[in-house]
Design a protein. Structure first.
Length: 635
């Protein structure tokens, strides 16, 4: 089962140097493991068997055990090219970064690059294993084994990968293939010049080395611990030998960086359509699972997910209708000359979350639009004009599917930007038109034309919108400088209470508690400690306010009172309330320290000390709330 080594010599007519093949991606602006994820995932998606997936994408990093390592050294890579110190070192204690996919076609097609094929015949094997670059006649979805595969060799300290693939033959049967490849440096030996490209497989007079096929290929992959597709399924597994995380102790960080990159650049596939992911991710390090962050719960990406769903709906329905309903703007992007659709844009403003990003968070986005086309990967987070009130912007632009090829041609090798190319005279570039229209939209939004009929100062709508935004997003109120905090009622009522979720404190109130028990001024208090969380309960919108109750006596009674906030910041009174208007209702309390729930507006706590609680209030539609707490401590 020992594999034969073939080293490629320069042909008299010339060859490409292996080092040039490794550098084909150029110098992308993104960090390396982000590029690694983007390129490998793109190739897997392009090789999917179904139009909409699903595709399984797995990344495993692990140290080979003794038997696996011996098999790799003694039989698979037994013969080494000359002067390959890095490869020899990587074989001493071999470590794999394994990338595998399922629900894909595998590396099908002929194994010889010089054979002509029909237009519908696959050439995936030679595209990945033999050739450098890609055929322009191939689909422009994203990659399909063009220059992006060089990232695999760049990831390896010894520029070596091992490839297993199971394909479907034309006769309906399946075939497994295994081959190992190295891209080293060119060198001279015995009077001949060599490119630095090497293959391990079965010796062949025409190609130098052919892949191991059939059950023997399955056995090699299995003995190396390489994940393979399920029986009778097709797909590809690539082992990067000796991945370079920069520091040998940070191989877990490497996988976590890949997991985070998957969320930031492939979240449309995590969300999928109709709630079904089109790519299922699985990542692990030394057998321990590492889960990518959930984009629907991420403090920033959740806004992009919402924008994506709106832009996608507009694009699919092709209504051409523009919607500007706070806080969302959803509009078709169209050119005038010639008149045609360029894509769909959806965006909103939001108050940035105060939570600190994780160690592997990337990139830093604040006022950006995620650009994407048919493969539905994020090409770039495109910066746009900032909101003058200091809010962040999250938007998504999806190029029209009929223009996918135009936008694909505007992408560099790494697919990380749109660079409009020059066209013939008087021919307009749809990519440039789309980017210019996106720029104009946000420039206008950041500098709206003044309304001469409007009175000075902020409008009531702006104030209410800001208040609503605080509640709906679970953010702190008062961040819009145009919006004053709600007015305080005079007298000895509770102080420090703002609109829903401003994190103000509800002061104590003395008096006679329910049941006639004698009370006195004590240090026991209850206060709102942060912004609310909006949720849905029985079809109703419910705001959950976090509260801390401090008990110093025998018991503390806390009562919550919810009011609607008017546009000026004052509380709504009975005579100001529209006829039939819904009132906010305090539903219940949840005492976090015991897990018990108490119906109604009152909570009674009997154990001394600090207690975390949550008060839930049903929120009327299109209304902002203020919640006040009054507390009575019993002896």
């Amino acid at each position: 089962m020992t594999l034969d080594l073939y080293s490629e010599p320069y042909h008299p007519q010339g060859n490409i140097d292996a080092r040039a093949a490794k550098r084909a991606l150029g110098k992308p602006e993104l960090d390396f493991w982000t590029v690694f994820l983007r390129e490998t995932l793109q190739n897997s998606w392009d090789a999917r068997t179904g139009e909409d997936g699903p595709v399984g994408f797995t990344v495993d990093a692990f140290t080979l055990d003794g038997r696996q390592a011996s098999f790799l050294r003694d039989e698979v890579l037994a013969e080494l090219p000359p002067n390959r110190t890095a490869l020899a070192e990587s074989l001493k204690e071999p470590f794999f970064l394994l990338v595998s996919d399922s629900g894909t076609r595998g590396l099908a097609g002929p194994t010889r690059a010089d054979l002509a094929v029909s237009a519908d015949e696959p050439t995936h094997f030679v595209d990945f294993v033999r050739n450098i670059g890609r055929d322009e006649s191939k689909t422009m979805e994203g990659g399909t084994y063009g220059f992006g595969k060089s990232v695999l060799y760049e990831a390896s300290r010894c520029s070596t990968i091992l490839v297993f693939s199971r394909i479907r033959r034309a006769d309906g049967g399946s075939e497994a293939r295994f081959i190992a490849i190295e891209l080293g440096s060119s060198y001279d030996r015995d009077g001949r010049r060599y490119t630095g490209r090497h293959w391990w497989g079965v010796r062949n007079e025409r190609t130098g080395a052919e892949p191991i096929i059939g059950e023997e290929a399955e056995t090699i992959a299995r003995r190396l611990g390489m994940t393979t597709p399920a029986p009778a399924s097709t797909g590809t597994t690539i082992a990067v030998l000796g991945p370079d995380p920069g520091d040998e102790s940070k191989t877990r960080d490497m996988v976590e960086s890949i997991a985070t990159a998957a969320t930031w650049w492939a979240w449309p596939h995590m969300v999928g359509s109709d709630g079904r992911p089109s790519i299922r991710f699985s990542l692990s390090h030394e057998g321990e699972r590492i889960s990518p962050p959930d984009p629907t719960r991420h403090p920033v990406l959740r806004h992009y997910v919402d924008a994506y769903q709106r832009a996608d709906t507009l694009l699919r329905n092709d209504t051409g209708e523009e919607t500007r309903s706070w806080p969302w703007t959803v509009l078709p992007i169209r050119s005038k000359r010639p008149a045609k659709r360029l894509g769909a844009l959806a965006y909103r403003r939001y108050l940035p979350d105060s939570s600190s990003p994780g160690e592997h968070e990337t990139p830093a986005v604040d006022s950006h639009v995620a650009l994407m086309r048919e493969p539905r990967f994020v090409v770039r987070y495109h910066p746009v004009a900032k909101d003058p009130r200091g809010q962040s912007t999250a938007g998504v632009f999806i190029a029209a599917p009929e223009l996918d090829n135009e936008f694909a041609l505007a992408e560099p090798v790494a697919h990380d930007s749109w660079v409009p190319q020059s066209r013939t005279k008087n021919e307009r570039n749809p990519v440039r038109q789309a980017l210019n229209k996106i720029k104009a939209e946000f420039k206008e939004a950041a500098n709206p034309a003044p309304d001469p009929s409007a009175a000075p100062g902020p409008t009531g709508v702006a104030r209410v919108a800001s208040e609503l935004g605080s509640l709906l997003e679970g953010q702190s109120g008062g961040t819009d400088p145009r919006v004053p905090e709600p007015t305080r009622p005079p007298g000895n009522g509770p102080s420090g209470n703002g609109p829903s979720g401003n994190g103000g404190h509800a002061g104590g109130r003395q008096g006679t508690g329910p049941g006639g028990g004698r009370s006195r001024r004590r240090s026991g208090t209850a206060k709102i400690i942060g912004p609310p969380r909006l949720t849905i309960r029985d079809g109703n919108r419910v705001a959950e306010f976090p509260v801390t109750a401090t008990v110093s006596g025998s018991a503390l009674r806390v009562t919550a009172d919810a009011k609607v906030v008017l546009e000026g910041g004052a509380e709504e009174s009975a005579n100001e309330r529209p006829v039939g208007a819904e009132l906010p209702t305090v539903l219940d309390w949840r005492l976090e320290t015991t897990g018990t729930r108490h119906d109604g507006a009152e909570l009674r706590v009997t154990e001394a000390g600090d207690h975390a609680a949550v008060v839930s209030v049903r929120q009327p539609a299109d209304a902002a709330l203020t919640v006040k707490l009054s507390s009575v401590e019993e002896e």
